[in-house]
Every structure is written in C-alpha cells, then in structure tokens.
Unconditional design. Structure first.
Length: 117
C-alpha cells in the first residue's frame, strides 16, 4: 500500500496558521481547526474521502496555478471547505494529497462562480 502525504499550498498554509492562532481565543476557529485535523487523517486513510468535483467545474485558477487534473471537496464546520487534489509523489511508493485551499463559504462560492440569490 502506498504512503499518503498531505502537503499544504502556500494559501492553505496561511489559513492553517490563522486557524491555529485564532483557535486559542475563538470557539468557531477551534471547531474548524479540530475538524480540519480529523479530516486530514481521514484523507490519509482514504484518499478518495472527499466529494469529487467534476472536471469541468474545477476553477481555472487552480488548473493554471497548480496544473491539477482532479479536485475533491471536504466539508468543515461553519460551511468552510477543504479542497485537495491527488498528485503523484516523487517516488512510486507514495501519493500526495495536495491541499489547495481551506476556505469559508463566501470564498468557496466566489471561487466556483456561485452567486447569492
């Protein structure tokens, strides 16, 4: 069985650090951060844990910036989302779950072109 590594993009790492910092004083951020850690472990045990996003719905920004061919969504508390892609590792014995973004509901809607009613 191949090893699964989870790597954060610079954008996701920035949000991760924000959640660590704010979770000390905010119950909401603590809830999101705790769920994020649990979801990463679930991804490590099942790389297809997230909901797959149809290829034609993957934001062009992600394709251009990271040259991804697949995208998965994991729901977090307070309507936050974790978005990741599966990429080949440097060796044949690993798979990398590349976390592109950790976003709130408004940023998620904007990224995917959803409009408020």
């Amino acid at each position: 069985m191949k090893e699964v590594r989870v790597i954060l993009s610079p954008d996701a790492e920035e949000v991760y650090k924000y959640l660590i910092k704010e979770s000390k004083n905010s119950k909401i951020e603590k809830t999101i951060f705790t769920a994020l850690i649990k979801k990463v472990e679930l991804i490590k045990s099942n790389i297809h844990y997230g909901n797959p996003i149809e290829k034609n719905l993957i934001p062009k920004e992600y394709v251009e910036k990271y040259q991804i061919k697949n995208l998965f969504r994991v729901e977090l508390p307070n309507f936050w989302r974790l978005l990741y892609s599966l990429v080949d590792g440097e060796t044949n014995v690993e798979i990398i779950a590349f976390v592109l973004d950790i976003v709130d509901h408004d940023k998620y809607n904007k990224r995917f072109g959803y409009k408020k009613k």
